[in-house]
Design a protein around this ligand. Structure first.
Ligand SMILES: C[S@@+](CC[C@H](N)C(=O)[O-])C[C@H]1O[C@@H](n2cnc3c(N)ncnc32)[C@H](O)[C@@H]1O
Length: 315
């Protein structure tokens, strides 16, 4: 069983942390508020959230602090601890949050005492370490009744959105409307949302062809790990999707995709080839509906999905 973080993760995030911080997407307040309610960290409704900042949160795999930023906006400071293995990520995190100490550590050895946190949150990271040893360690640091939540942004429909039949009804939020749907309807609804933005799907498919089989959200292995064994966590109790569009500069598309670990790994020749093929693909597939020009700069409308899951610790 693995006991150190995946080398591709740590090596690439050690080198690309500054670009990652600038070009990776953050998380929308809309789904974040729902996530905090599901994690029993807040009450109320959208836009009038009442957070309980006495609850202690451990954010694991905090990276440069994209999700930490939201937690601080909602009022957490002294009751928030962040843990991250990559020195590079910690370097940028410390610039972003000089008042928060990032503890160096990993899911295999979380540097905090037993039963010391109400909630563990992982943003865009659990797929790197969805194994028994990490689940046991996350279970160890949670208090009885504690909650575990994961949030991911995704760029295209994939196997990871397939919901096991035993899972609960899910909520899908399209820009401004909420819709409770049966789990079985999710893949089709997510698929049709993305189909309206063909360049987003084309660039995702092209980039995935470079993936050298490092653990990724879209492979869905994390769901298998959570469903096959209930020793450490009860079944997923809440699951939500948020589908929306954001704006990205046309010329920043290679930088956006370049934050992926398996693209960071390319040598300079391979990277130049990737960037030029990617840019050509954008121009071939982008529709007028997804394109706008302001002061001579071309902007693209990019479809994004966000997925959250919440589970209660089994202890
Ligand atoms: C895609 S980044 C996400 C960072 C940040 N949470 C965000 O939302 O931008 C994945 C993070 O997982 C971290 N990571 C990889 N393996 C880990 C492990 N076994 N334990 C804890 N963190 C790990 C990486 O160093 C990296 O910072």
């Amino acid at each position: 069983m693995s006991s150190t973080p995946h080398s591709v993760a740590v090596n690439s995030y050690n080198s690309n942390h500054a670009v990652y911080d600038q070009h990776r997407l953050s998380y929308s307040p809309k789904i974040t508020e729902k996530f905090l309610i599901d994690l029993k960290l807040a009450k109320g409704s959208e836009g009038s959230l009442k957070t309980d900042t006495n609850k202690k949160i451990l954010e694991l795999a905090s990276g440069t602090g994209k999700f930490t930023k939201l937690l601080t906006t909602y009022g957490w400071s002294d009751t928030l601890t962040v843990v991250e293995p990559s020195e590079g990520m910690i370097e940028t995190f410390s610039k972003n949050f000089p008042h928060i100490e990032a503890k160096q550590g990993s899911s295999y050895d979380i540097p905090v005492p037993d039963q010391s946190y109400d909630v563990v949150i992982i943003a865009q990271g659990f797929h790197w370490f969805s194994d028994d040893r990490s689940l046991k360690e996350i279970n160890r640091v949670l208090k009885p009744g504690g909650m575990f939540g994961c949030i991911w942004n995704f760029d295209a429909p994939s196997g990871a959105i397939t919901i096991a039949p035993a899972d609960p009804e899910v909520e899908i939020i399209y820009d401004d409307t909420h819709k409770n749907v049966k789990a079985a309807e999710v893949p089709q609804l997510v698929g049709s949302y993305f189909e309206a933005h063909p360049w987003a799907i084309a660039t995702a498919d092209f980039t995935y062809s470079y993936d050298v089989n490092v653990p990724q959200y879209r492979h869905g292995k994390w769901r298998e790990a959570l469903t096959k064994d209930k020793t450490y966590f009860r079944p997923i109790s809440k699951e939500n999707f948020y589908l929306f569009t954001t704006t990205i500069k046309h010329d920043d598309v290679p930088l956006y995709w370049g934050t992926r670990s398996y693209i960071t790994k390319l040598n300079s020749e391979e990277r130049a080839e990737y960037d030029s093929k990617l840019s050509a693909l954008v121009d071939e597939t982008v529709t007028e509906n997804d394109k706008s020009i302001e002061n001579d700069t071309v902007y693209l409308k990019k479809a994004v999905g966000t997925h959250t899951i919440v589970l209660e610790v089994n202890k």
